[in-house]
Design a protein around this ligand. Structure first.
Ligand SMILES: Nc1ncnc2c1ncn2[C@@H]1O[C@H](COP(=O)(O)OP(=O)(O)OP(=O)(O)O)[C@@H](O)[C@H]1O
Length: 699
């Protein structure tokens, strides 16, 4: 897709921070509802007293901010850009339950006050279409996907549950075969959103509750055709509700939930690594491919898109650590610069018009040149021959004769320069080869570094969950110990009373002895069976307690063994983490060494390149210089621009095939329903809807 001649320009990502009110748990937990942050007066920074640090953003929204305020500042400018043919992204990042879904969707997408960013954007789009000029025709299509455990699932066709990501020059990065549904009104989008939500919920029940454990991506494409010159502008909008990060140790996640948490944490840290690479001047590789999420968001981070990030946080002391890490993420993201440009496809009519204008400008310039030449000649000044323009000389014009001797001398110099140039270009090629080798080593080192970081993170997560389990076991052990002591005491008491009873039974008078009174003999006879019964009950109790006691002792020693095993596991994990950290350090050193080598080589190439510039005076030499410069495009300095080349790589004029819409391919997304063209000039909603049939022919 070509640009419309406008220069692409750099634009920082807009980062806003939103705090939600404290929830019940936070109010009741540690230090009952203590707040860990303060928002400064002008609403652009957050101060965290415990670390004595301030974080500055484009805007900070306090707990009382309304949905409209957040939308107007953070998202509305993005939709205005999309309607002008730019790509746009709004995404929400934050810990679990910090308010991402509340911000992006809102508690009710049809409630005017409570609706979040996505429904408000939908209203703005159709409002923009209503107010557009009559000669602009619109097509709007929608896709919804979720990324769960590194699989992209189509929420408008749940059978497609592992979609692939593709990239080409015309479309940039896109999800292949995703369902794209054409829509003609707000209500149609809301219905599609409900379908998506329903399919997400069905999948959630099949795979345990995970509705908030996946990243949700809502994609909207707005294509506008100018009916006067048939030129086309395409704006793509990505609205992303990320899954919340969580500390596995804090939530005590295990089993499937632990795997989910690991996947979420991994994809979010891959996103963090992308942001770090984009903002780190020393980095020459952006690891977009490390996760599906960062790959899908490639255009939005450092690419061709106007991007707004809303970080959502809890103000509670209970979640202070998570809030600080979210604030750090936001602050880093604020440093990213995107290169934005309008995605504009030129029509043949528009190209013809441009060509005519250029031709006119060229003939005006020619007239001016010949006038100036005449002026020079009339003043006795020789006009040097311009070989390059000879082909353009008007019929009948006579070229100026060239001085033979001067020509020979120049030819000689030229030969000499060519020789020098050849040597230098050979050296340059060699240096380039070396540089490429170093770069590929660098890439390997970088991948290794990333792999090690991931492993270290996994090991850390495992360690946290083992530690959590061990703590649980220790407290269980403690409980059992107390129980054991209590039972031992009870046993002792029972044994004592048992012995007393036996003694008293043994010493009880039999009635045969001398001096024994008749009445007491009768009493004892009556008490004896009762005593016997009591003794046998006590015996039973004693037996039961002894069995219980032995069981507890066995359980206790089992737990001790488990605890010892956990300790060993933790020790092994610690050793592994240390090993990984050592490897990481080594990889980093290797990486830095390679970076230095690479920088040296780049400097050398630059110096040689400059030398070439000074000696390459002829047409031939400049051709060689271009040929030499070519491989450099993949080099250190150009990696960012390549990554950000995105959708609309500018194509030279006069190559209409390069700007015609790309042919449908196997990888292309699957449009469902007929495309509905919407005429900007139709003022009423009914008008927009009734134009559906008229514009269906566009499909
Ligand atoms: N700004 C706010 N004002 C009032 N209530 C809010 C606000 N933000 C969030 N909440 C409430 O907090 C709870 C959690 O919010 P939400 O579900 O949006 O979190 P989340 O970040 O999307 O969580 P997860 O990562 O688990 O999906 C919800 O009950 C929501 O209504």
């Amino acid at each position: 897709m070509a640009t419309d001649g406008q220069d692409p320009h750099e634009e920082s990502i807009k980062v806003c921070c939103r705090f939600r009110p404290q929830n019940q748990l936070e109010k009741e937990k540690e230090q009952s509802g203590r707040i860990c942050v303060t928002v400064n007066g002008d609403g652009t920074s957050v101060y965290v007293p415990s670390i004595d640090n301030s974080f500055v953003f484009d805007r900070v929204f306090g707990v009382d901010a309304t949905q409209k305020e957040v939308y107007d500042y953070a998202a509305k400018p993005i939709i205005n850009g999309v309607l002008r043919g730019f790509n746009g992204t709004v995404f929400a990042y934050g810990q679990t339950a910090s308010g991402k879904t509340h911000t992006m969707e809102g508690p009710d997408i049809e409630d005017e006050v409570q609706m979040g960013v996505i429904p408000r954007m939908v209203w703005s789009i159709f409002d923009g279409i209503d107010h557009a000029a009559d000669y602009i025709e619109f097509l709007v299509k929608v896709s919804i996907v979720e990324i769960y455990n590194e699989r992209i699932r189509d929420l408008l066709d749940p059978k497609k549950d592992n979609l692939k990501i593709h990239e080409d020059k015309a479309r940039g990065v896109f999800i292949g075969e995703v369902t794209e549904t054409y829509v003609g009104s707000e209500q149609e989008i809301f219905d599609i959103m409900k379908t998506g939500k329903y399919n997400r919920a069905v999948a959630a029940t099949n795979l345990n509750e995970h509705s908030s454990r996946s990243h949700l991506i809502f994609m909207l494409t707005i294509e506008q055709t100018n009916l006067h010159d048939r030129s086309v502008k395409v704006g793509k909008l990505h609205l992303v509700d990320l899954a919340g990060s969580e500390k596995v140790a804090k939530t005590g996640a295990s089993g499937e939930r632990l795997d989910e948490a690991k996947n979420i944490n991994r994809s979010l840290s891959a996103l963090g690594n992308v942001i770090n690479a984009l903002t780190d001047r020393k980095s020459n590789h952006v690891p977009y491919r490390d996760s599906k999420l960062s790959r899908v968001l490639q255009e939005s981070l450092g690419g061709n898109a106007k991007t707004s990030l809303i970080i959502t946080c809890s103000p509670s002391y209970f979640n202070e650590q998570e809030t600080v890490s979210t604030l750090r993420f936001g602050q880093r993201a604020k440093m990213i610069k995107n290169v934005v440009k309008v995605n504009h496809e030129r029509s043949v009519e528009e190209l013809k018009l441009l060509l005519e204008r250029r031709d006119q400008a060229v003939s005006e310039l020619r007239g001016r040149v010949s006038m100036l030449e005449q002026l020079l000649r009339s003043n006795g000044i020789t006009v040097p021959e311009d070989k390059s323009s000879a082909v353009f000389l008007p019929a009948g014009a006579v070229p100026t004769p060239v001085d033979e001797a001067q020509n020979a001398e120049l030819e000689e110099q030229l030969q000499e320069l060519r020789g020098k140039l050849k040597t230098t270009s050979e050296q340059l090629c060699e240096a380039n080869r070396e540089k490429e080798e170093v770069q590929s080593q660098l890439r390997v080192a970088e991948d290794e570094k990333h792999r090690l970081t991931m492993q270290a993170m996994d090991a850390q997560n495992d360690r946290e969950s083992i530690e959590y389990e061990r703590n649980e076991q220790v407290s269980e052990l403690e409980k059992l110990r107390n129980e054991k002591v209590r039972l031992a005491q009870e046993l002792e008491e029972l044994t004592k009373s048992h012995q007393n009873l036996i003694q008293s039974a043994a010493s009880a008078p039999t009635g045969k002895g001398p001096g024994c009174r008749a009445s007491s003999a009768e009493d004892n006879d009556a008490e004896r069976p009762l005593l016997k019964w009591k003794v046998s009950r006590l015996d039973q109790n004693l037996e039961q307690l002894t069995v219980m006691y032995h069981k507890l002792v066995a359980q206790n020693s089992g737990l001790k063994v488990e605890s010892a095993e956990s300790d060993k596991k933790i020790e092994r994990k610690d050793q592994r983490i240390q090993q990984l950290e050592r490897n990481l350090r080594e990889a980093k050193q290797k990486y830095e060494k390679l970076l230095t080598q690479c920088a040296n080589l780049t400097a050398m190439i630059d110096v040689r390149g400059r030398k070439n510039c000074t000696c390459g005076a002829s047409g031939n030499s400049s051709q060689v210089r271009r040929a030499i410069k070519q491989p450099l495009r993949g080099g250190v300095a150009s990696t960012r621009s390549e990554n950000s080349s995105g959708l609309g790589t500018a194509e030279p004029l006069g190559t209409p095939q390069a700007v015609s819409p790309s042919p449908p391919s196997e990888q292309a997304s699957t449009p469902t329903s007929s495309p509905v063209s919407l005429r900007g000039g139709i003022k009423s909603r009914e008008g927009v809807r009734s134009s559906k049939t008229l514009l269906d022919r566009a499909s």
